[in-house]
Design a protein around this ligand. Structure first.
Ligand code: NAD
Length: 245
């Protein structure tokens, strides 16, 4: 994938950083998009320190012009987009029904659903045939792990549907669209969770461990590479078997 360009949102931490550095190590120039410019710059430093090319961009995926902002930053930095990874997402328990936090529900829709949608629309206008889009969803889209996360599980389930629809809609342009559904992964975002819960889930999971960001980065590399040329409109669960345990 030498000479190609990948845009990774939420690239300043966790899964996004691992995906960005992995795609860079496969030869891609990376546009690291994040709410925090400082966090994105840390990822850029990791990429350039390893001899790669990267550019940090500050964009809030929950805003109306996020798609245009990302695409114009990528065009300015590297002149093209071959891969879009819609990774940025928020996980904040939003109240158990019927006591829903509407503001949080709407913000979660904006970041987890409308952000990826806007980015796909704008990137899709600029991608050449052969472009790839990868949406980072969640195993919570298949079954809630507990009460009070309707905002999260509903937006991620909608993202799965959007992934399949986008694969159909972008077919004539030769753009493939797939999603990754991570299980529970050690990241900054999950660092507040109780160790006891991690241990319990790991003990039950067929892989007997919680996931690491490299597990998801490996799946993203597969979906970005020609090795997955015939995989399209697919939602790939990467969870060490948690959802079947
Ligand atoms: P994280 O919280 O560790 O990192 C998320 C990054 O995204 C941060 O750098 C943050 O600044 C950025 N971000 C947040 N809101 C943003 C916005 N509005 N615009 C731009 N950037 C924004 O998260 P993570 O654990 O690495 O999760 C990444 C993705 O994977 C999310 O979509 C999440 O829902 C999904 N996911 C994570 C897990 C897990 O166990 N870690 C499991 C399933 C799905």
């Amino acid at each position: 994938m030498d000479g190609e360009v990948a845009v990774v949102t939420g690239a300043g931490a966790g899964l996004g950083r691992a995906i960005a550095t992995t795609l860079a190590s496969a030869g891609m120039a990376v546009v690291a998009v994040d709410l925090s410019l400082q966090a994105a710059e840390t990822t850029v430093a990791a990429v350039t320190g390893a001899g790669g090319r990267a550019k940090a961009v500050e964009v809030d995926l929950g805003t109306a012009n996020a798609g245009e902002a990302i695409v114009s930053a990528a065009a300015q930095a590297f002149g093209r987009i071959d891969v879009l990874v819609n990774n940025a997402g928020i996980y904040r328990p939003g109240g158990r029904l019927p006591d829903l936090d509407w503001d949080l529900f709407e913000r979660t829709c904006a970041v987890n659903l409308f952000g990826p949608l806007r980015a796909m629309i704008e990137a899709g206008r600029h991608m050449q045939p052969g472009g790839r889009i990868i949406n980072v969803s969640s195993m919570e889209s298949l079954r809630p792990s507990g009460p009070g996360i309707a905002n999260y599980s509903a937006t991620k389930a909608a993202l799965n549907a959007l992934t399949r629809q986008a694969a159909v809609d972008f077919a004539d342009q030769g753009i493939r669209v797939n999603a990754i559904l991570p299980g529970l992964i050690h990241t900054e975002g999950t660092s507040g969770a109780a160790k006891q819960m991690f241990d319990m889930i790991a003990a039950k999971a067929p892989s007997r461990r919680i996931g690491e960001p490299r597990d998801i980065a490996g799946a993203a590399l597969f979906l970005a590479s020609p090795a997955s040329a015939y995989v399209n409109g697919h939602c790939l669960v990467v969870d060490g078997g948690i959802t079947i345990s």
